[in-house]
Design a binder for this molecule. Structure first.
Ligand SMILES: Cc1ncc(COP(=O)(O)O)c(C=O)c1O
Length: 360
C-alpha cells in the first residue's frame, strides 16, 4: 500500500513502524488472545502497559518523582478549564500570554474563574510573533503564567521558555517531544495527544506534585480534579485504554530514535529546508517572524488565494495532503511533526520549487 505524506496539523502522521507494531497486535495482544481494546483496565496486563507508558514518558522528559503524569480525556480544551479550577481560587490573579487562537480560548476559559490578565500584545499583528515576557512587570502573587508553547495555527513557537518567578503552565499540545524544553521548569504542562503523542482521545498532563491540591472548591466536578486522577493512577474512571497503549508505543519509538534532543535536531533540520526555500523566494511569503518560527508548523502564503488552492490541489495529486492553512489564517501550513520524515519534507520542497517555476 502506498502511503501519502500527511502534513495535517492534527490528528497527524505517525511513524509507520509504530502503526505496524500496533497492527500486529490489534486482534491478539502479545498472544493473550484479545485486543488491548477489549482488555479490562484493571487487568495485570493493562496495568503493566499504563505503568510502562508513564515511566517511559517520565524518562523521556527527565522527570523525577516530584512530578506525576496523568492520562486524561477531554482534549487540551478541557485543560483550559481544569488549570484555573485546580491552580487558583475564584478571583485569583492569573496571567495569560495570548499568542494565538488556542491561547485565547484558554484565556477565555480562565476568565470564568480567575482574574485572568493577558500580558501580550501580538493580536493586532495577527499573532505573527511571540512577545517577550517581562518578569519584573508580573505581580508575584499571581497563581501562574499560562503560555502556549507552540501556536499550531500561526506557526509560532517559544524557542526558550520565559524566565518568570511565578509558576509556569504550558499548553504543549503541538510541540511536546518535538522541542526540547526543561520540563522541570513547569508547574504543569498539558497536551492533546493527536500530534506528537499518538491518537486523539488522550490528553497528557505533566504536573509538579506541589501543585496537586485537595482544598479545591466543592463545586468543581470530580472528573475535573487533578488530585482525584493522581490518587487513582489515572484510573478514577475507565481511561482511554487503547490511546494510552498507542502513546506508549510512540514513547518507545522516541526512545529508540535517541530521545527528544535527537528528534529536535531533526525537526530543526526539516524546518530549515522549508524556511530557507521560502526566504530565498519572492513567490512564497513566510507568515511568522523569524525569531518566533515554529519547527512544527510552517506557515506561508502564495501571491493569491487562487494559487494557494491550486498548490493544495496539485500537492494532493502528488501524494502530499492536508497543506491548506487553518480557516482562521488561510494560506498554507505544512505540519512537520516528529513522524514526518526528512524525505517527506524534501519531496514537499521539490514540489514547491517546481510549482513556483510553473506559476510565477
Ligand atoms: C496548541 C493547541 N492547543 C489546544 C488545542 C485543542 O486541542 P483539543 O482539540 O485536544 O482540545 C489544539 C488543537 O489543535 C492546539 O493545537
Amino acid at each position: 500500500m502506498e502511503r501519502v505524506f500527511n502534513f495535517a496539523a492534527g490528528p497527524a502522521t505517525m511513524p509507520l513502524e509504530v502503526l505496524q507494531s500496533i497492527e500486529k497486535n490489534v486482534c491478539n495482544f502479545e498472544g493473550e488472545g484479545l485486543s488491548v481494546m477489549e482488555m479490562s483496565h484493571r487487568s495485570k496486563t493493562y496495568e503493566k502497559i499504563i505503568n510502562e507508558t508513564r515511566d517511559n514518558l517520565k524518562k523521556i522528559l527527565e522527570l523525577d518523582d516530584n512530578f506525576d503524569i496523568l492520562f486524561l480525556q477531554g482534549g487540551a480544551s478541557s485543560q483550559f478549564a481544569m488549570v484555573p479550577l485546580n491552580l487558583a481560587n475564584n478571583g485569583d490573579l492569573t496571567y495569560y500570554a495570548v499568542t494565538g487562537n488556542f491561547a485565547n480560548k484558554a484565556w477565555e476559559e480562565a476568565k470564568r474563574w480567575t482574574n485572568a490578565v493577558d500580558i501580550t500584545n501580538s493580536k493586532p499583528d495577527k499573532y505573527k510573533f511571540i512577545p517577550k515576557i517581562d518578569n519584573s512587570k508580573l505581580d508575584k502573587s499571581a497563581k501562574y503564567l499560562h503560555i502556549t508553547a507552540n501556536n499550531t495555527i500561526f506557526g509560532t513557537m517559544y524557542d526558550k521558555l520565559p524566565e518568570v518567578d511565578i509558576p509556569l503552565v504550558a499548553d504543549v499540545s503541538s510541540n511536546v517531544l518535538g522541542k526540547n524544553y526543561d520540563y522541570k521548569k513547569f508547574a504543569l504542562a498539558y497536551a492533546g495527544a493527536q500530534k506528537n503523542l499518538g491518537p486523539a482521545g488522550l490528553t497528557v498532563v505533566v504536573i509538579n506534585k506541589k501543585f496537586i491540591r485537595e482544598d479545591i472548591d466543592t463545586f468543581v466536578p470530580t472528573m475535573f480534579r487533578y488530585d482525584i486522577h493522581a490518587k487513582n493512577g489515572s484510573m478514577y474512571n475507565t481511561p482511554p485504554t487503547f490511546a494510552i497503549y498507542v502513546a506508549g508505543e510512540m514513547f518507545k519509538w522516541v526512545i529508540r530514535e535517541g530521545g527528544v534532543k535527537e528528534i529536535e535536531k531533526r525537526n530543526v533540520e526539516k524546518a530549515k529546508i522549508l524556511y530557507d526555500l521560502i526566504d530565498n523566494s519572492t513567490f512564497y511569503k513566510p507568515f511568522a517572524e523569524k525569531e518566533s518560527r515554529s519547527i512544527m508548523n510552517v506557515t506561508f502564503n502564495l501571491p493569491t488565494e487562487e494559487l494557494e488552492a491550486k498548490f493544495v490541489a496539485e500537492a494532493k495529486d502528488e501524494g502530499m495532503i492536508n497543506l491548506k492553512g487553518h480557516r482562521v489564517l488561510g494560506g498554507i501550513r505544512a505540519s512537520i511533526y516528529n513522524a514526518m520524515t526528512i524525505e517527506g519534507v524534501k519531496e514537499l520542497a521539490e514540489f514547491m520549487q517546481k510549482f513556483e517555476k510553473n506559476n510565477k
